[in-house]
Design a protein around this ligand. Structure first.
Ligand code: G3P
Ligand code: CA
Length: 245
């Protein structure tokens, strides 16, 4: 399997997270896996945003779930990072799928509350023949059997926050939810855990790699994970090239 260098919220170390610009810039350097997050507007549109409020990443305030798509689309999702990115919009899920289809696989994280929007997520993916291009992830593990119930062919990823408690059998925990991919935080990922997950037939991709974490990237490769999300896909790309991976 080709190592999965997954651009976390796009090329988010250098461009405003979860925007078309951040995804395009990751594509431009040859990244073929993207991670992004989904929220739902008050009029039931899926938009790509990490937080439940628009406060941190736009010039607006309030809950995404209290705003219509039209209101969300009027927000500036670029200036919070740098004035040069003014005018970037919050993309819809469909806009991101359309951009990435055939160019990059998608690690789609369900951040919204409740199970109801899952059908809409799958409808959009099915309408674009994109089911085999995604793995749907969540920390809210009960969402993942619902994904499988509606679309058995869709890959699911259990995101885990073990918070240092390595005494629990997190692989068995993930298996209860019928997932394909095991996603521990990098700080909780050990070579032994990776081997256990591989023996259970799971793909392992860790998360939580931000800026200035070259040594953590190396440690995860040494732990034999299959991939990871990182804000710096350029740094991981250079490490993988150096290692002929
Ligand atoms: O890939 C999982 C990772 O994205 C989870 O953390 O907070 O960035 O959504 P967060
Ligand atoms: Ca995420």
């Amino acid at each position: 399997m080709v190592f999965m260098n997954i651009a976390h919220r796009g090329f988010s170390s250098q461009y405003p997270e979860n925007t078309i610009l951040a995804f395009q810039k990751a594509l431009d350097i040859g990244i073929d896996w993207m991670e992004f997050d989904l929220q739902v507007t008050s009029d039931n549109h899926l938009v790509v945003m990490h937080d439940k409020t628009v406060d941190r990443t736009t010039n607006g305030t309030g809950l995404v779930s209290d705003l219509t798509l039209e209101q969300v689309k009027k927000l500036d999702a670029g200036s919070h990072l740098d004035a040069q990115f003014a005018g970037e919009q919050v993309p819809t899920f469909e806009e991101v799928v359309t951009l990435l289809l055939g160019k990059a696989k998608m690690a789609v994280e369900l951040k919204f509350v409740g199970l109801d929007p899952i059908g809409q997520v799958l409808d959009i993916l099915q309408n674009h023949n994109a089911i085999d291009q995604v793995s749907i992830s969540s920390f809210d593990l009960v969402k993942l059997p619902e994904v499988k119930r509606l679309c058995p062919a869709c890959s699911t990823t259990a995101l885990l926050k073990p918070e240092g408690d390595l005494s629990r059998d997190w692989v068995a925990e993930a298996q209860k939810y019928g997932v394909d991919v095991f996603g521990p935080r990098h700080t909780d990922t050990t070579k032994e855990m990776v081997a256990l997950a591989h023996n259970a037939g799971l793909v392992v991709r860790c998360w939580g790699l931000g800026k200035d974490q070259g040594s953590a990237l190396e440690r995860m490769i040494d732990a034999e994970v299959d991939g990871m999300t990182t804000d710096c896909p350029d740094v991981l790309q250079a490490i993988l090239r150096q290692r002929n991976m």
